[in-house]
Write a protein that binds this ligand. Structure first.
Ligand SMILES: *Cc1c(COP(=O)(O)O)cnc(C)c1O
Length: 341
């Protein structure tokens, strides 16, 4: 298989169309058999549920080449489960989990030429998504849906080393109590766009959202969960019903306990505690961990001891161990690496 002639290290993060995508349609109460297609265009009713009432959800994962030359994805069964949870909360039909993993496998194999080579730092980003496709005008769920998976090659997240981020405490809320913060719904992102643009306009990389009910507890950023390290090397990660359950964060918690022998606390984290922590990172598929150097709350700065030059030492160990497992240098727990070919 001849790889596409792309400058893998410099392709960046813009959408780049690949050859094939997966499509399955839900109609009359059932999913069709699904197919791969070269057609990247979607034609739907002007009154489709997704266009009127934002009935949509999505997932995100990556395919990459391991050191021994296999093309793999990381824990796609957890993406399948999370998409099921999202669909149920949005009154959408569930795309069966085994079919989800099979569709990921098919679409990655069909776009093998776009899976970056080992060592490039680049990956093939996989975006499963589902939306209400039939007309809806009175407020109710659509009758018909489309499940699709597109892929697009993306460059290395950290070019020239991971630079710690500066983040600000947002005055906006990401998710309502008892709302949709725990599912991967497009609507959560629609309402975060103003907040992130405001943060950028003020010179910050990301927002730290607090719990909407009391605004005293740390939740997450717009697209990544927090992981803190205490001065005595305990890993602490916020627990809340309105946080999106990051697969990366759950994997890092396992790695911290089982590979590094660290103590881990998953619990409510008060904003007032943040100044006591030694390290802070953001966990998500894109970067695995992005280090945070500074948190600013209305002009008051918290500078973590790990500083603005590099990741803290425990964060670095977590990062190295999980990326080592993903790349095949370190033995993975059973079922974590899904081999495509
Ligand atoms: C997708 C997402 C994450 C990260 O989840 P991963 O499974 O680790 O990629 C974190 N927070 C939000 C709000 C997200 O949508």
């Amino acid at each position: 298989m001849e790889k596409k002639n792309l400058d893998w290290a410099n392709i960046g993060f813009a959408y780049r169309k690949t050859d094939m995508r997966y499509v399955s349609n839900y109609k009359n109460g059932a999913w069709d058999e699904g197919t791969l297609t070269a057609d990247d265009q979607i034609v739907i009713s002007e009154c489709a549920g997704v266009l009127q009432y934002s009935q949509s959800c999505f997932e995100g994962l990556k395919a990459y080449t391991t050191e021994d030359g296999h093309i793999v994805t990381f824990r796609p069964d957890l993406n399948a489960q999370r998409m099921e949870d999202s669909a149920k909360r949005l009154e959408m039909p569930v795309f069966p989990k085994e079919r989800f993993v099979d569709a990921v496998t098919q679409v990655v194999a069909a776009n093998e030429a776009y899976v970056p080579p080992y060592g490039s730092g680049a990956t093939l980003y996989i975006r499963p998504y589902m939306f209400g496709s039939s007309p809806v005008i009175g407020v109710k769920p659509a009758d018909e849906y489309q499940f699709r998976i597109l892929t697009t090659p993306v460059g290395p997240y950290f070019k020239g080393g991971a630079k710690p981020l500066t983040i600000c405490v947002s005055d906006f809320d990401r998710a309502a109590p008892h709302g949709t913060g725990h599912i991967k719904a497009g609507l959560n992102y629609a309402m975060s766009l103003h907040a992130i643009m405001e943060a950028h306009r003020h010179g910050f990389d990301e927002n730290m959202y607090l719990d909407p009910a009391t605004r005293t507890k740390v939740e997450e950023t717009g697209g990544a969960n927090f992981l803190f390290v205490t001065r005595d090397n305990k890993v602490v990660t916020p627990k809340s019903d309105s946080i999106l359950p990051s697969i990366t964060r759950r994997s890092l918690v396992y790695v911290a306990k089982e590979y590094l022998g660290l103590e881990v606390e998953e619990r409510e984290v008060l904003f007032d505690e943040v100044k006591e922590f030694a390290e802070c990172g953001l966990c998500g598929t894109a970067a695995v961990i992005s280090p945070v150097g500074k948190v600013v709350n209305h002009g008051q700065e918290i500078l973590f001891p790990s500083g603005m030059e590099k990741m803290g030492p425990v964060t670095q160990k977590l990062y190295d161990t999980l990326t080592g497992i993903q790349m095949g240098h370190i033995k993975a727990p059973e079922g974590w690496i899904h081999v495509i070919k």
